[in-house]
Write a new protein. Sequence first.
Length: 201
Amino acid sequence: MTFQTALFYVFSAILVFAALRVVTSRNPVHAVLWLVLAFFTAADHWLMLQAEFLAIVLVLVYVGAVMVLFLFVVMMLDINFDNLRKEFRSYIPVGATVGILVLVEMALALLGGRLGVAGPGAASPTVAGSNTKALGSLVYTEYVYPFELAAVILLVAIIAAIALTHRKRKETKYQNPAEQIKVRARDRLRVLNIPSEKKEP
């Protein structure tokens, strides 16, 4: 068994364990931490297959999106933050475990790449340079029309989503800042001269 094959089985075991902890953990914070570990382990598999661009995209998009989504959920829900602060120390073991595993996995994946060990099923690169350079040269030369078509479809989808959600509601009150600046005091304030009432004896 080669070093790369051993890494593959170790990372696969960690990935399966992290995925199981995501669905079995009762604490949402722990579930998100295990999900981050699962994404990083999947990114290590991409690194071993010499697809570093896909690994970086997986980490940036999915890990970033999951953490931001979790942050929005915590901010939108009615959660007692005092209880969260009290339970903060209970998150330290899981967070430290996930962080150490991520660092060890990245170090092992990069160490395997430095040793020049080819990944299982990885083909030798046909273009001089990195995998990102080869992917970019293919996307912008041979597959430029499908790439542009996908970009146009995404642009149309964004415009359609904005057009569907942005509608003027009658019950909404709008303010004109230009008219608010032009307001004078006598237009908004009226002083009444009311004579004082005298009590009859």
